[in-house]
Design a protein around this ligand. Sequence first.
Ligand code: MN
Length: 426
Amino acid sequence: MLITANNPNRKSWIPVKPNSDFPIQNIPFGVFITKDDVVTVGTRIGDYAIDLGALHQLGYFQEIDLTDDIFLQDTLNDFISDGRKTWRKVRNRIADIFDINNFLLQHNENHREKVLFDMKDVEMQLPVNIGDYTDFYSSKYHATNVETLLKGIDKSKSANWLHMPVAYHGRSSSIVVSGTPIRRPKGQTVIENDFTPIFGPSHMLDFELEIAFITTDANKLGDSISVKDAEENIFGLVLLNDWTARDIQKWEFEPLGPFLSKNFASTISPWIVTLDALEPFRVESQIQDPKPLHYLQQEGKKTIDINLQVSLKPDKGLETVISNSNFKYQYWTMSQQLAHHTVNGCNVRSGDFFGSGTVSGNKPDSYGSMIELTWAGTKPIILNDGSNRKFIDDFDTVIMKGYCSNNQVRIGFGECKGKVFPPKKN
Ligand code: MN
């Protein structure tokens, strides 16, 4: 089935500003709550949220086999379970309904009032009920930098890293939608070279610039997903800030890996941009040397050219852009990650969530975390207001953005934003 929704020449009757992340070629999926407290599955064009529950009730999806309440839900899990064919049909149909040459809804004021909301009047929710969260470690530049900074030795990555996409199992309960306030975590830390821990707020709060993908029900327990079929099971992508307390991490992470340094909060952007919408922006992935084992081998354009940016905004100051990276710098691809994750028979479900790992480029201004950008605090970042940062201060806001563009279309992810507040007193 053709992805007619991606037609670069299509224009919408909804106004879209020139640099918008949400032209009619995007059609992401999310969940929002209206001023009248109605929760619905929706999409977005320009600065308008579109109520898919209302559209379905009004009969606009009649020719597609959907249950009546598929969009009248507070998560996308059931819709994601319906599979790629249905996602594609629905996206194609939405593109058709909002095409400038289609007058059906465009000329029906009564229906428009039920379906369209100004983005200012809705509140975005977490789009899926996330069952399991896995965080990979798939940027070679990031892995090299972090090994050097945290282990204090300039040696290359662990022996296994070049042979498989390394990951840990994260915590899904603390994944929050963009805009949710973040509390600075408290925990155990140690002073340099002293092994007597102290307890208190983290003094090395960091962000990690990541992309995450969300899957459908992919395989039964005991089955594996081949690298060739892996993408069929990926619904879409969001921006992810995997907040990290570096001082807590440094003390706790041997021998079993990250725990409390990571699981206090992870922020995601609210709109899931479908893998279908990202098709025009595919690029070749990094050359892998040594050649991976057979079950991880693949050919073709298996990664996506997504420009990524991080800004830091002090409480009363202006935003300063502190990093510009790109998803295409990743060493291991999403399909390799999913094939590896399931090669032992681990089952993956609708709404499961997979972080890419910090997306660092090869240049110092493309690093995806503060610990790399400031080289563990030895090279503070100077902000536009003249202040400097080694790590994130209380009342700072971290803002991540991502977009793809070619000479015809630009689509983006919107914002993944979180403001840091001091820990609670007790
Ligand atoms: Mn991470």
